[in-house]
Design a protein around this ligand. Structure first.
Ligand SMILES: [Zn+2]
Length: 93
């Protein structure tokens, strides 16, 4: 948990609404593989990816580079799962 908080501190504000974004790692899917998420606390902006946390932060922080971001989103679509409850529990930013 503390690790995720440290990573969240490195994140820039949401590219869309300017609110704080947070990072969390979760396990999803049939294989329960680790999935890194970056999500805005205010709007639906979010990124789910299996790439390394540091790299995920880089992509989020370079959010003006929308092309790269959208590519990631596309690649990760198959990993998306609803786990809203889990996220809310960690949403104390
Ligand atoms: Zn936002």
């Amino acid at each position: 948990m503390n690790d995720n908080r440290d990573i969240s501190n490195k994140l820039k504000k949401c590219p869309f609404c300017g609110h704080v974004a947070f990072f969390k790692t979760t396990k999803e899917g049939e294989g329960r593989k680790c999935l890194n998420k970056i999500r805005c606390t205010n709007c639906p902006a979010n990124m789910k990816t299996v790439i390394e946390p540091e790299l995920a932060i880089e992509v989020w922080n370079k959010r003006e580079d929308n092309h790269e971001w959208q590519q990631l989103e596309h690649e990760q679509q198959q990993c998306e799962l609803e786990d809203g409850k889990d996220e809310q529990r960690n949403q104390k930013v």
